[in-house]
Design a protein around this ligand. Structure first.
Ligand code: AMP
Ligand code: MG
Length: 485
């Protein structure tokens, strides 16, 4: 069947913005593209029929050797604070193909990652290795299945070329799907140049695309700030709920849409330690598990600063308004986090002692290095045994939790059923992710495909998944992740 039988419904609004927002760029062609994985469900959602053409045609489309009709490829301009320091960045190894308007009316960016050098590449080769692209595919799709807002992954194509890191690695291109790629760093980019005109255009564009209600507000900029803050508070609460450590929450890696974006050194907790850091370059724990709310607030403060001149012409007043909003983040986050904890504990009404009840469980997990995912999931299942210290400490807590569970309208079995929808059985455990990627790099996709399938259904207990629930035992050593560029 001809390639034209695919209906690519592009409508590229970002290229209608002024020149400083991007640079037109075609992807670099690759030697021997091979489709490694195509996300059939997501393709359908975007109005792309996966059966319309064969694998080699999809591979050509998703490595950039052939451009889908209607796309208008660009590299986007942005900046960002990396580990706290401002840097001018931009898509150094990504190309935005354009925006697909899906059959349901949703607008989605389609972006290649690893598609060659751009004007923003600085010293980089613009390329990506297969392992990290499959990792992003796996973890972003797992997050989606967990119900956490995230960019998604449509395809990975192996390029047939080597990329050179500390050793030669197989190269690949990931096609990422996002509500947009507007970042806190996009705003910083224009603010740093004191380019008020383009900043105003960016604010207007962002509001229309993501927060159209703000158009009606008295102060649309303040409303935008509030809405972004609200989504970040909720997002980080959801991350903590599943033990997710993003690992590199630089301001260029925080999407204004509220989606999780830029999966690099991220990983999930095995045993619970709130100070967990996985990334090998995060020496001071800036992006540690329990520091994520504070960093979200720090990033939001950078966002707020860019908006100051548009919030109010009087600088002192603008600063006062923005500071009050940023100051509200802690309360906002605590509210969201308590909601998350209550849902995980099966509590659907509120009592003043709920936060303490949850904290005692977390403290117990920390003292005994208990597995985060399994502990939450098994609260309702396992009657505590009194055969060791951990269990003797756990029993009275469990008793109080049971009593608390009874003090609500909803019946205990119904509460437990709902609680199971917030406590996954399956998360992408580090050991399994590593094993799947190592095998895939050797050309064996069996484990990767199995893992994708298991992770697509994270809340249902079923036979055959026991192996995926095993905690990772690193022999006392902490699991390490690498940026993988
Ligand atoms: P990241 O750490 O993926 O968020 O990327 C930070 C910045 O480095 C972005 O501007 C990327 O486009 C750029 N970058 C990362 N890897 C490469 C690469 N291999 N070649 C060129 N630019 C890169
Ligand atoms: Mg990034």
């Amino acid at each position: 069947m001809a390639a034209s039988s695919i209906s690519w419904n592009f409508d590229n609004s970002y290229v209608r913005l002024p020149a400083p927002f991007y640079h037109r760029h075609n992807p670099t062609t690759v030697r021997a593209p091979q489709l490694v994985v195509l996300n059939q469900g997501l393709a359908h959602q975007l109005g792309l029929d996966p059966q319309a053409v064969g694998g080699s045609q999809w591979a050509a489309f998703f490595c950039g050797n052939e451009l889908p009709p209607g796309c208008d490829p660009i590299a986007q301009a942005y900046s960002g604070c990396q580990f706290g320091s401002f840097t001018t960045l931009g898509d150094g190894r990504a190309i935005l193909l354009g925006e697909i308007v899906a059959p349901d009316g949703g607008r989605f960016d389609l972006q290649y990652k690893g598609s060659g050098r751009t004007v923003y590449s600085r010293g980089g080769d613009g390329r990506a290795a297969l392992g990290p692209m499959l990792r992003e595919y796996l973890i972003s799709e797992a997050m989606h299945a967990l119900g956490i807002p995230t960019t998604r992954s449509l395809a990975v194509v192996a390029t047939g070329e080597a990329v050179y890191r500390d050793r030669p690695l197989p190269g690949a291109v990931l096609t990422r799907v996002a509500a947009s790629h507007i970042r806190v760093g996009t705003f910083e980019h224009f603010a740093a140049k004191s380019d008020l005109e383009n900043l105003r255009i960016l604010v207007d564009y962002t509001i229309r695309r993501h927060y159209p209600d703000a158009l009606e507000a008295n102060n649309p900029c303040m409303r935008l700030l509030e809405a972004v803050l609200d989504r970040q508070a909720e997002l980080v609460a959801r991350w903590l709920g599943v033990g997710f450590v993003h690992g590199v929450m630089n301001t260029d890696n925080m999407a204004i849409s509220g989606e999780t974006i830029d999966y690099g050194p991220c990983a999930f907790l095995d045993s619970y330690d709130p100070h967990t850091v996985f990334s090998s370059i995060d020496h001071r724990g800036r992006y540690a598990f329990d520091n994520q709310p504070r960093i979200a607030q720090w990033n939001l403060a950078r966002f707020a600063e860019t908006l100051l001149p548009l919030i109010d012409p009087q600088p002192a007043l603008a600063l006062e308004m923005a500071s009050a909003m940023i100051g509200s983040f802690q309360d906002q986050f605590q509210r969201r986090w308590l909601e998350e904890l209550r849902a995980k504990l099966g509590l659907f009404n509120a009592e003043p002692e709920d936060a303490a009840l949850a904290q005692e469980l977390l403290d117990w997990m920390h003292r005994h290095s208990a597995d985060y995912t399994n502990t939450w999931r098994r609260i309702a299942d396992d009657p505590p045994r009194a055969d060791d210290i951990a269990a003797r400490e756990y029993a009275p807590w469990h008793q109080r939790w049971r009593e608390r569970l009874g003090r609500q309208e909803i019946s205990v079995p119904a509460a437990i059923e709902r609680m199971h929808r917030r406590n996954p059985v399956i998360v992408p455990r580090n050991l399994h992710v590593e094993q799947a990627l190592a095998a895939a790099e050797e050309g064996d996709l069996t484990f990767f495909e199995n893992l994708i399938q298991v992770l697509a259904d994270p809340y249902n207990e079923r036979p055959g998944i026991e192996a995926y629930r095993q905690p990772f035992d690193a022999g006392g050593k902490c699991y390490r992740t690498f940026c993988g560029t």
